[in-house]
Design a binder for this molecule. Structure first.
Ligand SMILES: Cc1cc2nc3c(=O)[nH]c(=O)nc-3n(C[C@H](O)[C@H](O)[C@H](O)COP(=O)(O)OP(=O)(O)OC[C@H]3O[C@@H](n4cnc5c(N)ncnc54)[C@H](O)[C@@H]3O)c2cc1C
Length: 355
C-alpha cells in the first residue's frame, strides 16, 4: 500500500513537472542568482505547486530537520510557513576559507554563541549560504565551547547582514549563495534547535537524507538532458547518417543509460536504508559520490552530443551541466566522502567487521 502510494505520487510529480514546470526551463526570470521571487510564486500558485515543487534545497533538508527535532512551538512558528511554501529558509554552516573557517572540516567553525542572561549572542561569518537573500527562516550553527549548537531564527534581522551574493557557476536556487556577517545576533534560549552542543550530530541527521534528495533532483534533471540529447542525436545527421548511428555518439548515449540506471538503483538502495531509521552515513556518502559523478558524466556527454548547441542556452542542458558541477562539491565534496569511507573501511578492518 505504501509502495503504491509512493508510485502514485511519483507518477503525479513526473506528470506535473513535464506538463507544467518544463515550460519554465528557459524563463528569463531565472537570473544569475537563481529564479526570481515572482517566478517561484507563480509556479507555486498552481494547485499542485507546493506539493510538487516545495522540495528544493535547502528548504527540504531544513523542513526535515525541524520536523525531526523542533519543539511543537518551533514547528508552528518556523516549519509551517516553509511547509506551505509561503517562505524560504536557509542553513548557515560553512564559513569563508580566506578567514580559516569551517568548510569540509566543520570542527574549524569560528562562529560562536555565548550565553547572556536569557539569550545567546551569535557572532561570525558564513559563506555560500543558499537562499539567505530573501529567506525568512534561518538555521545557524555556532560553536558553544568545544561543541556546536543550532539556532533557529527569524530573518531578515539587522544582525544578519548579507555582504554580497556570490556569482557562482549554478543558478537554479532562489536567492543564490551569500556571504553573510552575523554581528551580535541575540537569540532567545527557546530558539535552540534540539539541544545545546548537539549541532554536529544534528548536521549529520540533516545531511544524509538531504544528500539523497539532491541526488534525486539531479537525477531527474540529468534524465531530462538525456532526453534532449537523444532527440538531437536522432534528428541531426552528419556524414550521411543520423548522429545516433555513429558509434561515438551511440556509445555515449548507451553509457548515459547505464549511469542513469545505476544512479537510480543506488538512490533506491540508500532510501531503503534510511527508511529503516538507520543514520545511513556511509550509504549516503556512497550514493552521493556515485550519483554526482555519474550525473556529471551524463551531463557532459549530453553537451558533447549536441555540439555547439550543447553549450548554448537554447536548451536546459548547459545549465544542468553547470548545476551538477557544483553538486560534486556541496553536501560534501567527493574526496571528503571517499576519505570518510576509507576511514570506515580501516575501522571495520580493525574491528573484524570488514573480513
Ligand atoms: C552551490 C553551493 C551551495 C552551498 N550551499 C550551502 C548552504 O546553503 N549552507 C552551507 O552551510 N554551506 C553551503 N555550501 C558550502 C559547501 O557545503 C562547502 O563548499 C563544502 O562543504 C566544501 O567546503 P569548502 O568550500 O570550504 O572547501 P574546502 O574545505 O576548502 O575543500 C576544498 C577541497 O579540498 C579537498 N578536500 C577537503 N578535505 C579533504 C579530505 N579529507 N580528503 C581529500 N580531499 C579533501 C576537496 O577536493 C575539496 O573540494 C554550498 C556550496 C556550494 C558550492
Amino acid at each position: 500500500m505504501k509502495l503504491d502510494r509512493a508510485r502514485e505520487i511519483a507518477r503525479r510529480v513526473e506528470h506535473f513537472v513535464r506538463t507544467e514546470v518544463a515550460g519554465y526551463e528557459r524563463d528569463p526570470r531565472v537570473g544569475a542568482h537563481g529564479p526570481s521571487a515572482d517566478l517561484v510564486d507563480e509556479m507555486r500558485a498552481n494547485t499542485l505547486g507546493p506539493l510538487a515543487v516545495n522540495v528544493s534545497a535547502p528548504d527540504e533538508g531544513n523542513m526535515f530537520l525541524i520536523g525531526k527535532i523542533g519543539t511543537p512551538e518551533q514547528k508552528r512558528r518556523f516549519l509551517q510557513p516553509v511547509l506551505e511554501g509561503r517562505v524560504r529558509s536557509a542553513f548557515f554552516m560553512t564559513e569563508p576559507a580566506a578567514e580559516g573557517g569551517a568548510g569540509s572540516d566543520p570542527s574549524m567553525m569560528q562562529t560562536t554563541a555565548r550565553l547572556d542572561g536569557t539569550h545567546w549572542v551569535v557572532t561570525g561569518s558564513k559563506i555560500f549560504i543558499t537562499g539567505a537573500d530573501g529567506a525568512r527562516v534561518g538555521i545557524i550553527m555556532a560553536k558553544t565551547g568545544e561543541s556546536a549548537t543550532m539556532f533557529i531564527v527569524d530573518l531578515p534581522d539587522p544582525a544578519v547582514r548579507i555582504e554580497r551574493v556570490l556569482d557562482t557557476i549554478d543558478n537554479a536556487m532562489p536567492g543564490g549563495h551569500a556571504l553573510v556577517r552575523i554581528e551580535g545576533l541575540r537569540v532567545p534560549a527557546d530558539q535552540i534547535l534540539g539541544e545545546v552542543d548537539k549541532g554536529f550530530k544534528y548536521a549529520q541527521v540533516r545531511l544524509a537524507p538531504a544528500r539523497l534528495t539532491h541526488c534525486m533532483r539531479w537525477l531527474g534533471a540529468a534524465t531530462r538532458c538525456n532526453e534532449i540529447a537523444i532527440d538531437y542525436a536522432i534528428k541531426r545527421s552528419a556524414f550521411g547518417r543520423q548522429l545516433i548511428d555513429h558509434e561515438g555518439v551511440g556509445f555515449m548515449l548507451a553509457d548515459n543509460l547505464i549511469d542513469l540506471k545505476q544512479s537510480e538503483l543506488i538512490i533506491d538502495w540508500c532510501a531503503d536504508v534510511l527508511d529503516t531509521g538507520a543514520s545511513g552515513t556511509a550509504e549516503s556518502s556512497m550514493a552521493k559520490v556515485a550519483v554526482s559523478e555519474a550525473l556529471f558524466r551524463v551531463a557532459d556527454r549530453c553537451v558533447q552530443i549536441m555540439g555547439g548547441t550543447g553549450v548554448t542556452r537554447e536548451t536546459i542542458v548547459e545549465q544542468v551541466f553547470r548545476e551538477i558541477r557544483a553538486f560534486r562539491i556541496y553536501d560534501g565534496p567527493t574526496e571528503v566522502h571517499r576519505w570518510s569511507l576509507a576511514k570506515k573501511i580501516k575501522r571495520d578492518y580493525a574491528s573484524g567487521a570488514g573480513r
